[in-house]
Structures are given as C-alpha cells and as structure tokens.
Design a protein around this ligand. Structure first.
Ligand code: FMN
Length: 202
C-alpha cells in the first residue's frame, strides 16, 4: 500500500500517524492560567530532545475548530509547565483529564487528581506520578494553521522529582517499578512487556 499525505485529509493523516508511530510515551502536562486556574491534560506526541541543555518537547494540536488547547494557551501566557509521567495505576485518571472542559475549569479538581506543589514553577505536579519534570518554556514552533494544526512546545527541565519507590538498588529508576504506559493507535495502550538487552557497538 502506498499513501500520499496530499491526497488524505488531515484527520485521516492523523489516524495513520497514531496507528503507526507507536508506542508513544505520555506527557501528562500541568499548567496554570494567568488568573491562577490549574489545568491538566495528556499528550502522546511527546519526546526527550537532549540532555544539554536538558530539554523535552510535546505537541498540542489545535482542536477541531482550529482553536488552541488550554495547555498551549497557558504555556504561552506563563512560560511554565510540568510534565508528569503516567504509570499504569494512573491510566484512568489520565484518560479522564483528556475531556475538554471550559477554559478555567481545573481537571485536578473535576477529576480529583491529587496535586503537590512544584519547587521551581507555579503549576503543581501530579502527586502520584512516578516522575515529574518542572519545565520553563524554551520556545514554541507553530506548524500549519486551522483544525489539528500543530505546535511544538520545547521546554527546559529546571527541576525534576522521582518517587523513591521506583528506584532500583543502583539509584536509577527500575523500569518495572515505573510501570509507565504508552499510547498505541485507536484506544489502545501498552504496558511494559518483555525487556531484552543489546550491547551498543563501539
Ligand atoms: C493518551 C492521550 C494522548 C493525547 N495526546 C495528544 C497530543 O499529543 N496532542 C494533542 O493535541 N492532544 C492529545 N490528546 C488530547 C488532549 O489530551 C485533549 O484534547 C485535552 O482536552 C486537551 O486539554 P486542554 O485543552 O486542557 O489543554 C491526547 C489524549 C489522550 C487520552
């Protein structure tokens, strides 16, 4: 099968991308509006970028009416966000927070997700998340226009929190204890299965 993006609608192209580029890690992003309302939403177009400077990115698309999502509005207005990682135990509340609530209504409060204060930024972290990265906005790259057009939010990690319970004897996270989930296509998710090792070539 051969496919030409130009002959597919944006919605179809999105479906092809989410059913092929997987599994994707999930950034559960907390932000705060200039008025002080907290917001929480998941994003699976998410990746680490580099360690020097410590940088990650996630991509909030416009909604189907072409409007920016609350997360993007808050990040643009305040320059701060927290990326919380999602363990299997947090799958249900994470999914609940993807509902579109009116701007200003907090998913933390609506879905009773317990928060904890961040150390260096205003948005709170998710208290039960195994790892939370406190980020300061580096830049936003806007791609396209209108419905489902994308925005790459690039953040500098200025502090991060790791639950002691997920650490292995060597002081680094044990992937089994992290128990992170990833996004596959449709409504599917993955959980860590079999691990295998490969030595890197010199
Ligand atoms: C697992 C998961 C991953 C998601 N990934 C993305 C994503 O990468 N980009 C995006 O724009 N929306 C994504 N969404 C949808 C947003 O979470 C949803 O539009 C949410 O309402 C945005 O909230 P906000 O308006 O408070 O920012 C995802 C939803 C789920 C459940």
């Amino acid at each position: 099968m051969e496919l030409d993006p130009d002959s597919l609608g944006a919605r179809d192209m999105y479906e092809w991308m989410i059913t092929t580029i997987l599994p994707r890690p999930i950034a559960w992003v907390s932000t705060v509006s200039p008025e002080g309302h907290t917001n929480l939403a998941p994003f699976s177009f998410f990746q680490a970028v580099c360690a020097r400077p410590p940088t990650l990115l996630f991509c909030p698309a416009n909604d189907r009416h072409g409007r920016p999502k609350d997360t993007l509005r808050n990040v643009e207005a305040t320059g701060e966000f927290v990326v919380n990682l999602v363990s299997f135990a947090l799958a249900e509340p994470m999914n609940a927070t993807s509902a579109s609530l009116p701007h200003g209504e907090s998913e933390f409060e609506r879905f009773q997700v317990m928060s904890a204060p961040a150390l260096k930024v205003r948005p709170p972290r998710v208290a039960a998340a195994p790892v939370s990265f406190e980020c300061r906005l580096d830049r936003i790259i806007h791609l396209g226009e209108g419905p489902i057009a994308g925005h790459i939010v690039i953040g500098r990690i200025i502090h991060f929190h790791v639950q002691d319970a997920v650490l292995a004897a060597d002081g680094k996270p044990d992937p089994r204890k992290l128990d992170l989930i990833g996004r596959a296509g449709r409504n599917d998710y993955v959980r860590l299965g079999e691990l295998f090792r490969l030595e890197r070539p010199e």
